[in-house]
Design a protein around this ligand. Structure first.
Ligand code: NAP
Length: 329
């Protein structure tokens, strides 16, 4: 066997193993590698991390995972009593964390005119900030043509513009201290579209555009950008979702029997991605990671496969069961 043939065989074996691995993992292979062989989350001990949307769900569990690693935390969301509950849990599991190491900073991220003042409160308390995790957000369940423009605007105000506003203030601070890390909880819905959440899909795709641009612009300035992309995860997000009408909530909760990643596992994987400064991290129960890879890498086959599977398949993959009336089917 000559050198070229050996190389070709190695390449084929690598491709086959890669595809097989994707069928079984609950995250992308870079994240899986980082979890096994990368930096432990403890490497973040002593850093100051500000997490928005820390009062429940993924934000709560990122907070707990980071507290276990000895990270100093700023916890933000609107419900101060929930933040206090998360703070107490973090202190309980926290590695060498004292009361003053966890600051509860209640805020509505939509009040962008107050962002500078909130940022100053963080600096007054800790002296600096190392990582900002923009996690606050809401999803959507709605039929495309029935979405009122006011909902698109509410969605972008929450999931895009509030994130940009806080991140711009943080990046100005990071530029002065010559390092910093911006993290945004996007979604697999920001990588690949799903039906019946058009404003949400648009908003999460916009996050990728804005923050991929930031990463390129600041790569020489020691500023890291990480986009966390969970698939379906247990949390309050479904009930709290936007619909097609302004001020309305979807209201239907998840059920324990739904097929979703646990919030604990998601929080841990997010912490690993942050510790290892990954550009993008995907996490979801198998075979979703495989499917997203496949549909993105093979767009021609993807268009045939998606037509064959139909929108209901994607709704079920995301929500386990169809919880809304889908008139178009
Ligand atoms: N769960 C999933 O399946 C999934 C999948 C992909 C991506 N994600 C993303 O993960 C992030 C967290 O969602 P989750 O699943 O953990 O849902 P969740 O349990 O509903 O958490 C949402 C968090 O955002 C906060 N929030 C909402 N509006 C806010 C506002 N105006 N100002 C400040 N905080 C606000 C909520 O706190 P308050 O109500 O106390 O303000 C809560 O802490 C979101 O960005 C979401 O898009 C979730």
């Amino acid at each position: 066997m000559n050198f070229i043939t050996s190389l070709a065989l190695i390449a084929v074996a690598y491709a086959i193993l890669y595809v097989i691995a994707l069928l079984f993992v609950d995250c992308d292979l870079r994240l899986a590698w980082a979890e096994k062989f990368g930096k432990p989350t403890d490497c973040l001990a002593g850093k100051v991390v500000w997490i928005t949307g820390a009062s429940s769900g993924i934000g709560e569990h990122i907070s707990l995972a980071l507290a276990r690693a000895g990270v100093k935390l700023v916890l933000s969301a609107r419900r101060a009593y929930e933040l206090e509950r998360v703070r107490q849990s973090c202190l309980k599991v926290g590695k060498n964390l004292k009361e003053k190491d966890i600051l509860v900073l209640p805020m509505d991220v939509l009040e962008v005119e107050k962002h500078k003042a909130y940022f100053q409160q963080v600096i007054d308390h800790f002296g600096h900030l190392d990582v900002l995790v923009n996690n606050a957000g809401r999803s959507q369940r709605a039929i495309w043509e029935e979405i009122e423009l006011a909902v698109d605007k509410e969605m972008f105000n929450l999931n895009v513009f509030s994130v940009l506003s806080l991140s711009r203030i943080a990046v100005q601070h990071f530029m002065k201290q010559n390092e910093g890390h911006i993290v945004v909880t996007s979604s697999l819905a920001g990588v690949m579209a799903a039906p019946y959440s058009a404003s949400y899909i648009g908003a999460k795709h916009a996050i990728h555009g804005y923050f991929d641009a930031l990463r390129l612009e600041k790569m020489m300035h020691n500023i890291t950008v990480t986009l966390l992309c969970p698939g379906p995860v247990f949390s309050n997000i479904l009930a709290d979702s936007f619909t097609g009408r302004p001020k309305e909530k979807f209201g239907k909760p998840m059920e324990i029997t739904d097929r979703r990643m646990s919030t604990e596992r998601c929080g841990h994987l997010c912490a690993v991605a942050i510790a290892n400064k990954l550009d993008e991290a995907w996490m979801a129960l198998p075979p979703i990671i495989f499917m997203v890879h496949f549909l993105i890498c093979y767009p021609n086959v993807a268009s045939l496969v998606t037509r064959f599977l139909g929108p209901k398949f994607f709704v079920k993959m995301r929500d386990t069961k169809v919880r809304m009336e889908i008139k178009s089917d």
